[in-house]
Ligand binder design. Structure first.
Ligand code: SF4
Length: 470
């Protein structure tokens, strides 16, 4: 599963902000690894530099040096298959009348096809396949007479998830969709304002967290200070619960809660709901670690590191046959034989998507001498695809789709398999369920999904729709 982007923005008169953005983006690298970009303004002109690759591959002293300016935005991007091309990297640079602006986006619009068709009908051409360009085009073609009004005009047309940072000649503007799907926070560094996807981007530059940007809020930062407006009507807040389960960095805070702590509680709830008779608890690193520690503490079964993770390999290539896939997983995770040999293991992971990786992990543990493997998952079974900015799988690809728990257990070849319930997840989070999106678990999509998307893009069969809640 991949998050589709991290965003960062800063307004800091008297400072050169490119290097600060560079560090902020490095802290947000987990939100997108395929391209990175920075746009800055010196009050007159906007300059953009972006390329494919990790933040540290795209930027060096040479590429940062020309980026002179006191306002700026940055972006790390993960693209869906086939669209990892330079043109689609962000920030995008565009014009509103005779004023330039740059825009960066985290999220996914569900009405993008309609909006694009409408714009094409007006004779507007598109250079990229991104939602972001559609948003930029709505701003460009707005009939409002200033860019701030044009942005407000444009975002009222958007449906789905969007956290945006927009750079104009002399302003930094942040917009969060009225459902608040993706996280977005406000911070301060030496009295200057910062907008970022997550609080971990503030820590790295020693900035201070002020507050979360509210769903539906538009924030404008310029020489007059900070202005906040609620221009988008909020009917249902539905933050992505997967940010709490997996995506946000464990050192980030959402709703005042530390993500490591929340995941730790998920592990505790999982242990209460689904105990196991075992010798040690091991995590699937790194994402299973907080929940495994929580499971161990609640169950009083000792915690151990059962795998060594190779941190130096990037994404593995598409592997055409089983043997190559198994090597791909062994490259990333290798069991510690001395730890697992002869033991009854509780293996804790945050989620199972297709099941291939889990199956290989279990096989590797048995090959290393494990006596029993009890799999525990700190989230409910994934059953429905995400349309709001997480690239996971089609409905048909989910291992839990149309399979009973017993079928999945047999497929994974484990002694026992248990998932955390939605109720257990809500208890671990400690907030009302209706503040979050749980659609990938229960099919209750907070923003209705157009039929065309349901049937085509994500291969949900028509007969399946009858049994779903959408
Ligand atoms: S469907 Fe799942 S991954 Fe997508 S926004 Fe909702 S909770 Fe997050």
């Amino acid at each position: 599963m991949k998050e589709k982007c991290g965003i960062f923005g800063i307004y800091a008169p008297g400072k050169n902000v490119a290097e600060i953005i560079f560090y902020g983006l490095q802290a947000l690298q987990h939100r997108g690894q395929e391209s990175a970009g920075i746009a800055v303004s010196d009050g007159e002109n906007i300059l953009v530099f972006k390329d494919l690759g990790l933040v540290s591959q795209v930027f060096n002293q040479q590429s940062l040096a020309p980026l002179q300016g006191y306002i700026g935005i940055g972006h790390t991007r993960y693209s869906t298959k086939g669209s990892n091309i330079w043109k689609n990297s962000q920030p995008l640079y565009r014009m509103f009348r005779d004023e330039s602006f740059a825009i960066a986006h985290n999220g996914n619009l569900i009405n993008v096809d309609d909006l694009r068709k409408e714009q094409v009908g007006k004779g507007i051409a598109f250079e990229t396949t991104t939602d972001t360009e559609v948003i930029a085009s709505l701003i460009e073609s707005s009939t409002e007479d200033n860019i701030e009004a044009a942005i407000k005009d444009a975002v009222k047309r958007l449906r789905g998830s969007y956290s945006l940072v927009i750079l104009t000649r002399d302003k930094l503007i942040g917009v969060r969709d009225p459902h608040g799907f993706r996280p977005m926070i406000l911070g301060t560094l030496d009295g200057n304002y910062i907008i970022a996807s997550e609080t971990c981007a503030l820590d790295i530059i020693d900035a201070r967290f002020i507050r979360e940007i509210d769903p539906g809020e538009i924030m404008v930062i310029d020489q007059n200070g900070l202005r906040s407006q609620m221009v988008l009507s909020v009917d249902r807040i539905s933050m992505c619960v997967f940010e709490l389960i997996y995506f946000a960095r464990p050192d980030s805070y959402i709703h005042g809660k530390n993500m490591f702590e929340v995941r730790h509680k998920m592990g505790q709830e999982l242990a209460k709901e689904s105990p196991a008779d075992a010798d040690i608890v091991i995590p699937v690193p790194d994402s299973g670690i907080p929940a495994a520690i929580g499971y161990s503490q609640a169950s009083r079964i000792p915690y151990a590191e059962g795998f060594i993770k190779n941190r130096y390999i990037g994404r593995t290539f598409i592997q055409p046959h089983q043997e190559a896939r198994e090597i791909g997983i062994r490259l990333k995770l290798n069991p510690l034989k001395e730890v697992v040999r002869g033991k009854r293991l509780v293996v804790v992971d945050d989620s199972i998507v297709r099941g291939n990786t889990s199956r290989q992990i279990v096989k590797a543990l048995y090959n290393a001498g494990a006596r029993e493997v009890h799999m525990r998952i700190s989230s409910p079974p994934l059953l429905y695809p995400c349309y709001y900015g997480i690239d996971m799988a089609t409905k048909k690809e989910f291992v839990a789709n149309h399979r009973t728990l017993e079928d999945i257990r047999k497929y994974l070849n484990v002694e026992s398999l248990k998932y955390l319930s939605i109720e257990g997840l809500v208890r671990a989070i400690g907030e009302p369920k209706d503040k979050f999106c749980f659609a990938c678990f229960n099919g209750d999509y907070p923003v209705p999904i157009p039929e065309g998307l349901l049937f085509d893009k994500y291969s949900i069969d028509k007969e399946e729709k009858a049994s779903s809640n959408v």
